[in-house]
Design a protein around this ligand. Structure first.
Ligand SMILES: CC(C)(COP(=O)(O)OP(=O)(O)OC[C@H]1O[C@@H](n2cnc3c(N)ncnc32)[C@H](O)[C@@H]1OP(=O)(O)O)[C@@H](O)C(=O)NCCC(=O)NCCS
Length: 170
């Protein structure tokens, strides 16, 4: 069974290796905790959990919920929802980011994970449209967005800016 679960303390032993092994930055999906030690991860996980509550945010950051995509008892991906737009998100990374671990790519996990994340986002995000951004050379991610009802709102030399209208049937 495929499901999303917000970052939580009970799953720490599975969350830890997943986050440690996620690259620091792949196609703009960043991970400040790449390579952390198990001890450091306690604080990292607390940061993720408090971020979803809007607590202890770095200056200028909006609340962000970190979800893991689980297939049965295994984590295959991470999805993030930034709760609302600020100027930098509106012009930049938008509301949602995602990552699927390499061994699990090409099996439809991102497509299904984004569908599940959009269901969550509908209850969190106040704007009428969900904003996403993707590098022009990341065809797989663009495809994932388009399959979830996205359309290219505008583009620049190296990015597509995609939006998904809330309430569109998926
Ligand atoms: C991009 C990413 C999320 C895709 O995850 P995934 O689980 O492999 O994606 P899916 O299997 O759900 O779907 C990929 C789709 O792209 C297509 N695709 C894959 N490689 C492609 C390519 N080079 N060109 C065009 N389409 C491609 C697949 O065929 C599939 O479409 P289909 O179902 O119509 O056949 C994953 O590669 C990843 O985590 N990359 C690193 C982080 C990242 O790029 N995040 C997104 C930032 S915007």
């Amino acid at each position: 069974m495929l499901y999303l679960k917000a970052a939580n303390l009970a799953d720490i032993e599975k969350e830890y290796p997943f986050v440690r092994n996620m690259p620091r930055d792949e196609n703009g999906m960043t991970n400040p905790w790449h390579g952390v030690s198990r001890d450091e991860f306690n604080e990292a996980l607390n940061t993720m959990i408090s971020s979803s509550r809007g607590e202890n945010l770095p200056m200028g950051h909006v609340p962000e919920t970190f979800y893991f995509l689980w297939h049965d008892d295994e984590i295959v991906g991470q999805f993030r929802i930034r709760h609302y737009l600020c100027d930098s998100l509106r012009e930049g990374a938008g509301h949602i980011g995602y990552f699927i671990a390499k061994p699990f790519r090409g099996k439809g996990y991102a497509t299904e994970g984004l569908r599940l994340t959009l269901q969550e986002a509908m209850h969190i995000i106040p704007e009428d449209e969900i904003y996403l951004r993707v590098n022009r050379d990341n065809s797989a991610s663009l495809r994932v967005m388009l399959k979830n009802g996205g359309y290219v709102h505008h583009e620049d030399t190296d990015k597509y800016f995609v939006r998904i209208r809330k309430g569109e049937p998926k």
